[in-house]
Design a protein around this ligand. Structure first.
Ligand SMILES: [Mn+2]
Length: 441
């Protein structure tokens, strides 16, 4: 587990990198996430903006980080909520302006309520304003009003910003390359996720409700201080063919499969693992046949995770295996390469095999540069998640109807290929059946 000091050092290094990228003459403005109303006067659990968290580690709302490279009185400033005993009695402790420099290692801190008086003065004399535009129109408008104030005041006698620059590409290029510390944090999230999948396999039984099985995942996460990184999918039988099935309110039937796609968010980092297993603990022959095809696609994709390979290589390897399997099962007819070129496989595999993973489950970072797929680099973290979804319907052999299978793990690109950081949940038919035969006690 990364020590507090290690995390502080990591963030300091990230901020130095950001300050260098913004450069003298620039000012970068990075607001915290706003609280979101769930209904009337209750809020969703607060989740910090991932970019803001990456550079500050600060988990409070109503805060704005400001970076001004080369500013003599301090380059890293924080606007935050000040202490307020009355509010804190209701909503919990605040760091406050006085302690912020010590806790967050910022050069200076100011009350968020004073931002209108202070920020225009900081913008004055800068040439470029770096900000993620379009995320929060209200904040964009506020930022424009501060800049207009500066223009009105200086009337051309001083440098005023003439350039707006998107901050997100700078931040997201950084976030795509995970440090060793981050990969260690992500491995913990991945392994907790794998443990939850094992528990789900062990407690699953016919006639259990999908939500009851979902509850087992939440129990595993919360008792370790983690949260769901996203709404979990617990899909029995043909529900698995609905790719984003999250209602999870039907009974699990004897003889059906159940597909679980879930991830723990631990210390901000997301796990994202899928497993598909028989509700009664034993695969039927048709279920096993389809499962083996998906599993061979998983292994082919894993083998293509190599630094220097293109981001699309694991996907292409998976599609090759899946399409070959679909022909073998009699679900597609024709030559494999012709079928792929015509996109026939997308009837049964409509999504891609990988996405970046990090603080966000679908993490930031470009997949293409200049229209070419990006090369995988050591320190990238991505998912490998092939699947097959066979709907009921005409032209589909009866014994394959309604079978939906996805297998997913999280991988760091390492020197010698794929480092499966979510390893632990059974993968093969034999291992799944053996795990399900032992109860969790
Ligand atoms: Mn995923």
């Amino acid at each position: 587990m990364a020590s507090h000091q290690t995390l502080l050092n990591e963030r300091a290094r990230r901020r130095r990198h950001l300050l260098r990228a913004v450069g003298t003459g620039g000012i970068a403005i990075l607001p915290a996430a706003a609280e979101q109303v769930r209904s009337r006067d209750t809020h969703h659990p607060y989740r910090q903006n991932s970019d803001f968290f990456y550079f500050t580690g600060f988990e409070e709302p109503d805060a704005i980080a400001v970076f001004i490279p080369g500013r003599k009185q301090g380059e890293y400033l924080m606007f935050c909520r000040d202490r307020d005993p009355q509010r804190e009695q209701w909503d919990g402790k605040r760091t406050g302006v006085m302690l912020a420099p010590q806790v967050l290692e910022c050069d200076d801190a100011f009350p968020i309520d004073d931002i209108d008086d202070i920020l225009p003065g900081l913008i004055e004399g800068c040439d470029q304003v770096y900000h993620t535009f379009g995320l929060d129109p209200e904040f964009d408008a506020q930022l424009m009003s501060w800049i207009n104030q500066v223009h009105a005041k200086t009337r051309g006698w001083q440098n005023t910003p003439t350039e707006f620059v998107a901050l997100d590409p700078l931040m997201h290029e950084m976030r795509i390359g995970k440090s060793r510390t981050e990969i260690g944090q992500m491995r913990r999230a991945g392994q907790l996720t794998a443990a939850a999948h094992i528990r789900a396999m062990q407690v699953c039984a016919p006639d259990m409700m999908e939500y009851a099985l979902e509850a087992e995942l939440g129990y595993c996460y919360r008792r370790e201080g983690a949260f769901h990184a996203f709404e979990p999918i617990v899909a029995g039988g043909e529900n698995a063919c609905t790719l984003h099935y999250i209602t999870n309110r039907e009974p699990l039937k004897d003889g059906d499969l159940v597909l679980i796609d879930s991830g723990a968010e631990l210390d901000g980092y997301a796990g994202d693992v899928s497993r598909t297993f028989p509700v009664n603990g034993r695969f039927s022959d048709p279920q096993r046949e389809v499962y083996e095809v998906v599993l061979s696609a998983y292994h082919a994709a894993m083998a293509a995770v190599q630094s220097g390979n293109a981001f699309c290589d694991p996907h292409d390897a998976a599609v090759q295996e899946l399409t070959r399997g679909l022909v073998k099962l009699g679900l597609l007819k024709g030559r494999v390469n012709n079928l792929i070129r015509a996109g026939e496989h997308t009837r049964f595999f409509p999504h891609r095999t990988s996405h970046w993973l990090g603080l966000d489950v679908h993490d930031v970072g470009e997949y293409k540069t200049d229209k070419a797929w990006r090369e995988l680099e050591i320190g990238n973290v991505l998912t490998i998640e092939p699947g097959l979804y066979i709907p009921s319907g005409p032209g589909i052999p009866k014994h394959y109807r309604g079978i939906g299978i996805r297998v997913e793990d999280d991988v760091a690109v390492a020197r010698d290929g794929a480092d499966v950081i979510s390893a632990g949940a059974p993968l093969s038919v034999e291992d799944i059946e053996a795990t399900m035969a032992t109860s969790s006690g």
